[in-house]
Write a protein that binds this ligand. Structure first.
Ligand SMILES: [Zn+2]
Length: 371
């Protein structure tokens, strides 16, 4: 499995320092992070005794924490199905992980114009058991219709990539349309993006089919990306870790998700630094969507005859801005992207123009900064 190897290689860059764990943490947190260390050791060191130690430590923490598993009936899907990347401790702990609640209990308001809305007072539905997991990264297997399930992981500097993302053009998540759906009024023209449930910029998981759904441009860039950016910025600032769960909701037999519930909570400071629970709508303004299949159609207000063309009111003109091109990988970036910093100077080229022009020149948008 390529993605397993990928995340293992990211873990090989682990830079955990014991002193980080001792900054006034409670006994609970200290024990939990010890478990994380043990699981890392188990991952690279392949010592079965340290795996056992991690399991034991994690189990006792869950008990000490009350193991308040309120969703006992709901974690079966994750437990039964979850594929764990990484280490033995995670596999054993999978039984203690829960799933997000069903759509009916989320009370998602009807879409109006905000790409994402607060759910449950912005409090994730994590249990003490979820929060005491240590390192794990888990992607539910595809269901009978080929649809993704929950993606759940503890993310930190160790799991974040510094390289540009490779090509994911071969992945066709459920609801994907061929030929590809294009609208002049959609940012970048393409209605659908291959949308990572857990962002590439946080996990390094790229072409993992269990981490990619068909998502509208608006959900990907305006709904999920600002939240993912918040998590990345928090991690870069503090070096702390964040528990993240990304759950796509498919109603009935629909092949296109209605939306994604994105939950996150920082670990070392108990959520004080970062905590949210948001619903990201899988919608695109002025596009009608059949969620059963992903089929779609133009619903923009009728354009007066005099105003034909894609620039009917001037506001739809694409912004001209400066991008950084990688002439080797043929990706383009925002100038402040982490991928630019790791780029060789000889491959770096500045470009000022529109996004469409960059694409027309044969460049693909970077997967970290999503220009
Ligand atoms: Zn970039």
């Amino acid at each position: 499995m390529p993605h397993k190897m990928q995340s293992t290689s990211h873990r090989s860059r682990v830079k955990l320092h014991a002193k980080r764990f001792q900054k006034g943490l409670s006994l609970f947190l200290t024990m939990m992070l010890c478990a994380a260390l043990f699981s890392l050791t188990g991952c690279s060191g392949r010592s079965s005794s340290s795996d056992d130690a991690a399991n034991t430590a994690a189990a006792s923490i869950a008990e000490a924490g009350g193991a308040a598993n309120e969703n006992a009936g709901e974690h079966d899907a994750l437990e039964a199905s979850g594929e764990t990347t990484g280490n033995g401790a995670s596999a054993a702990n999978a039984a203690m992980r829960t799933a997000a609640p069903p759509l009916s209990t989320l009370a998602v308001p009807a879409y109006s114009s905000a790409p994402a809305v607060v759910i449950n007072g912005d409090a994730p539905y994590f249990t003490e058991g979820d929060l005491a997991q240590g390192f794990f990264e888990e992607y539910a297997p595809l269901d009978g219709l080929g649809r993704c399930g929950t993606a759940f992981a503890l993310v930190g500097r160790e799991t974040m990539p510094t390289e540009e993302r490779g090509d994911i053009g071969d992945v066709k998540p459920t609801g994907w349309q061929t030929p590809i759906s294009k609208y002049d009024f959609v940012d970048g023209k393409y209605l659908y993006n291959r949308c990572h449930l857990l962002a590439y910029q946080l996990t390094g998981e790229n072409a993992n089919v269990k981490n990619l759904i068909t998502g509208t441009r608006t959900m990907n860039v305006k709904g999920m990306k600002p939240l993912e950016d918040d998590v990345a910025a928090y991690i870069e600032r503090t070096g702390n870790h964040v528990l993240m769960r990304s759950t796509p909701y498919f109603e009935g037999e629909n092949l296109l998700a209605s939306g994604v519930l994105l939950e996150a909570q920082s670990i070392e400071d108990g959520g004080a630094g970062l905590r949210f629970c948001r619903w990201c709508y899988n919608v695109e303004p002025n596009v009608g969507i059949d969620y059963a299949t992903g089929a779609n159609w133009d619903e923009s207000p009728a354009t007066p005859e005099a105003n034909t063309g894609s620039q009917s009111d001037g506001s739809e003109q694409e912004a001209v801005r400066t991008y950084i091109l990688n002439t080797n990988s043929h990706k383009f970036h925002y100038p402040d992207c982490r991928g630019v910093k790791s780029m060789k100077d000889k491959n770096k080229q500045e470009f000022t123009g529109t996004r469409s022009e960059a694409i027309a020149m044969g460049y693909d948008p970077c997967g970290i900064c999503l220009p």
